[in-house]
Design a protein around this ligand. Sequence first.
Ligand SMILES: Nc1nc2c(ncn2[C@@H]2O[C@H](COP(=O)(O)OP(=O)(O)OP(=O)(O)O)[C@@H](O)[C@H]2O)c(=O)[nH]1
Length: 179
Amino acid sequence: LVGKTCILQRYVDHSFDHSYVSTIGIDFKVKTLHVNGRFIKLQIWDTAGQERFHTISTRYFRGAHGLLIIYDITNVQSFDNVVGWTKDVDTNAGENVDRIILGNKCDLEDKRVVSKEKGQQLAWEHGMKFLETSAKENINIEKAFSILVEDILKKNHSNSQRLDVVNLKKSEKKRCCNR
Ligand SMILES: Nc1nc2c(ncn2[C@@H]2O[C@H](COP(=O)(O)OP(=O)(O)OP(=O)(O)O)[C@@H](O)[C@H]2O)c(=O)[nH]1
């Protein structure tokens, strides 16, 4: 519910849909970019936020070049869950995988419960980049992806035919006693 699907829709389809349809399992969209005279095909995976899909989601970011880890600035639980996700990412994604933390729904300033400083601090502690975004108002969505793509390209993936970017929506995850 942090807005993963909306962020992807805003970035790829340039639209925002108010109706909410929970992602089941996994979904992806493709976007082609023209960077430095080359065409880059981005495959962006949208993983389900619910705990019952956790294993699937984890499996999908193993092969990724970059990860967006997203919370909702109006939901403190989603922010706490990002901490859990960063650990999962450390375990399952390679060290070389570029990561960015996004605090989404920044248009809802009156409902904010997570300060921008808290988000920046968390990202800094994990050596990640950070942005506040709004899929609804189209704030920093393009920028988030272009920062990630730029970092990926810098990291010598330039010969790769395929760049997979996982849109990690872990933030709604509920921690379970047997994990
Ligand atoms: N105000 C505001 N609402 C947003 C924003 N992004 C998403 N939403 C709303 O938040 C709800 C959830 O959005 P989704 O993109 O479906 O969330 P999700 O993280 O993909 O959810 P799951 O697929 O269940 O994991 C929807 O009702 C959206 O309209 C935003 O930037 N601002």
